[in-house]
Write a new protein. Structure first.
Length: 202
């Protein structure tokens, strides 16, 4: 989500000033003290009068967010699914390169995404790479993108066989621009590339 606001909070009978950052799976407060609240630990979430109230072990905590409090409560209670985070909309055409499990393929089918190895320009390309050598295919895949399309590089977290810098360098060498990082699964990260606006041919 990546939304950030300056605010004051009430936590353990103290009032603290700082900034609150709303992420996909936790809320982080940085200021006079640091507080991280994982959503999986929440037992209560509500918004009252511009205050976001969270119940959790070690809490509660109240965040004075003003008009944003209700929106943040809704986003915490209704987090985006994986396809929402990846920007996958109904009816798009996608090319899958590499190994993807049936769960991901099923999610795509539920949104009527035409996924396969079809010919022609694609709305989305998902490329699963397990080692740096796999990235050699990236330059060719860039040619399969529609002007405003996205290419998601999916690669393992925390391994030496393929590092984030390897993925970024390969994407840039293929003429693409890295614009977003997204957790794809418990074991894999997604890095989004697009064609730079200046290089798009209508």
């Amino acid at each position: 989500m990546g939304q950030e606001l300056g605010c004051r909070i009430r936590f353990q009978k103290r009032r603290l000033a700082g900034r609150a950052l709303l992420e996909t799976d936790h809320l982080l407060f940085r200021g006079e003290e640091r507080l991280k609240v994982p959503f999986r630990e929440l037992s209560g979430v509500r918004s009252e009068g511009g205050v976001l109230k969270l119940e959790f072990p070690g809490g509660p905590a109240e965040f004075d967010l003003g008009p944003a409090a209700e929106k943040w409560a809704h986003k915490i209670l209704h987090p985006p699914c994986r396809l929402d985070k990846l920007g996958v909309k109904d009816g798009l055409a996608a090319l899958l390169v590499g190994e993807f499990d049936e769960a991901f393929r099923s999610e795509l089918r539920q949104r009527n995404v035409r996924a396969g190895a079809g010919k022609g320009k694609q709305d989305l390309v998902f490329f699963a790479a397990e080692k740096s050598a796999d990235l050699r295919k990236l330059r060719g895949l860039a040619g399969d993108l529609k002007p405003a399309a996205a290419l998601w590089m999916i690669y393992p977290k925390g391994v030496t066989a393929i590092r984030e810098i390897d993925v970024i360098d390969a994407g840039r060498a293929a003429g693409l621009k890295d614009v977003k990082v997204c957790g794809f699964s418990a074991t894999h990260t997604g890095l989004k590339f697009v064609i730079p606006v200046s290089a798009r041919i209508k």
